[in-house]
Design a protein around this ligand. Structure first.
Ligand code: HEM
Length: 447
């Protein structure tokens, strides 16, 4: 699939010069202006040759109809990453920066056929049992707690202080984590995504999730972990651990970015008034134009195949650009005709996100509650000084500095002790109310 004579010539300054015609989707240039890249990639036709990290080659589908064709053809295109030829041949190592999101794990994201159906049914049935009123209530409580940590300052980084924290706290509640396990889940997921001590963070997460599974086997509760366990799919302990780690990981990072990107839209587009209905509209516009998962849905052809004008070998890595498909010319007419949910931000086909309703719900509640408490919220820096995190898969702000009129803490106003120090997992025991962040939230809630 190397560039041939028909390969478009990149515009001057485009880093595709000198990389064998493959367009690199990493680094600061791509993060600064991904739409310019998608515009260029469309010159190749419905699919284009890209590089996800130095030396990691892939084919990226940028056209909507072609993307749907791929996502719905699970006979030709498989999800099981043990088929990934470049990985099997050692051309991409487990230490590659893209390996954590691409290398095989035994969970529903990397399963095909009957295995996938069984694992996924357990997830969808368990998520369907989530009570939306309870979800709203806990999102509001957690939102109130986070606002109480920065409200008196009159300024905050809405990414680091809010959008990043909220999903992790909500998940601890949804999955029924007691304080000591929840603290380690928070530590593990944050570390994995921040890439700081990622190995240790992953080990802490898997250990904590393992303990949660053991706990719920002996004392089930009214939570997603127990419902997964009680499901007729009869998941083993090992399957439970991998499913839970997937749900927490696949949920927390895109949810953070959905909250962040929707807040960004609300703060940078005057036309949205800060009311419930318009938050929904800003959320949909974000899913169309700035989806949190911008390029993903890794698939591998089962055999050699001609697809979208390209020759693919069995085991070649093919991804879908949800961001390019959503914004391409083919979809503009559909969108203008009023179909507001035809976008691919949640993917499509058998592996489409099984949690879009709870994810929407958490996002809208989190944003509504924030504007209810801080009605004059505004950007603290010029829009063009905001920076976006690098990486081929996500559309994610690095920070979202904002200002507002300072407010007194919404609950627990008597507590002037500020955030408790992070507890090092396995470190010395501390006074119960001064340990990790999940414990701190639970203390705040019961005061
Ligand atoms: C409550 C939060 C969330 C949870 C628990 C969750 C969970 C999951 C799971 C388990 C899968 C794998 C499904 C399968 O392979 O059958 C998945 C896929 C996916 N999710 Fe979500 N998700 C959440 C939020 C989001 C958000 C906010 C977005 C972005 C708008 C998103 C976008 C996607 C996409 C694009 C896929 C397809 C990935 C692929 O095909 O490889 N998810 N999600």
């Amino acid at each position: 699939m190397d560039a041939d004579d028909t390969t478009p010539v990149p515009p001057p300054g485009c880093p595709a010069h000198g990389s064998g015609g493959r367009v690199p989707l990493y680094g600061p240039e791509f993060a600064a202006d991904p739409q310019a890249y998608y515009g260029f990639l469309r010159h190749y036709g419905p699919a284009a040759p890209v590089e996800l990290a130095p030396g990691v080659e892939a084919t990226l589908v940028t056209d909507y109809a072609t993307a749907l064709q791929l996502l719905q053809d699970s006979g030709t295109f498989r999800k099981d990453a043990r088929r990934w030829r470049a990985f099997n041949e050692g051309k991409v190592g487990p230490d590659s920066p893209v390996a954590p999101l691409l290398a095989y794990r035994p969970n529903c994201m990397f399963a095909d056929g009957a295995d996938h159906l069984r694992l996924r049914q357990a997830v969808t049935d368990s998520m369907a049992r989530v009570d939306t009123r309870r979800l709203s209530r806990s999102t509001e409580q957690i939102s109130g707690y986070l606002i109480s940590q920065f409200g008196a300052r009159g300024s905050a980084d809405l990414l680091g202080d809010y959008a990043k924290q909220l999903p992790l706290f909500v998940f601890n509640e949804l999955f029924g984590c007691p304080a000591d396990i929840g603290d380690r889940v928070l530590f593990g997921i944050s570390g994995m995504f921040d890439g700081v001590n990622a190995d240790k963070a992953t080990a802490v997460l898997f250990q904590a999730v393992g303990e949660l599974v053991a706990l719920k086997r002996s004392r089930p509760g009214d939570d997603v972990t127990s419902w997964l366990m009680q499901h007729q799919a009869a998941l083993t302990d090992e399957e439970m651990v991998h499913q839970l780690a997937l749900l927490l990981g696949a949920g927390a990072e895109p949810l953070r970015n959905l909250i962040g990107n929707t807040l960004h839209r609300l703060l940078t587009h005057d036309r949205y008034a800060r009311e419930g209905g318009l938050i929904d509209e800003a959320l949909d516009d974000t899913l169309w134009e700035n989806p949190p998962m911008s390029n993903y849905a890794p698939h591998y052809p089962a055999t050699d195949v001609e697809f979208a004008g390209r020759h693919l070998q069995a085991g070649d890595l093919v991804l879908v650009s949800f961001a390019a498909a959503n914004t391409g010319p083919a979809l503009q007419a559909t969108r203008q005709a009023g179909s507001n949910r035809a976008h691919l931000a949640w993917s499509a086909g058998p592996h489409a996100c099984p949690s879009k309703e709870p994810a929407r719900h958490i996002t809208v509640s989190a944003i509504e509650n924030l504007f209810n408490h801080l009605p004059d919220l505004r950007l603290a820096v010029p829009e063009d000084s905001l920076s976006w995190r690098h990486g081929p898969f996500h559309r994610a702000l690095a920070a979202l500095p904002a200002r507002f009129t300072p407010v007194q803490p919404v609950h627990g106003a008597d507590r002037a002790d500020g955030p408790a120090p992070e507890r090092t997992p396995g470190g010395p025991a501390a006074r119960p109310e001064r340990v990790g962040r999940w414990s701190q939230f639970l203390n705040w809630l019961t005061r």
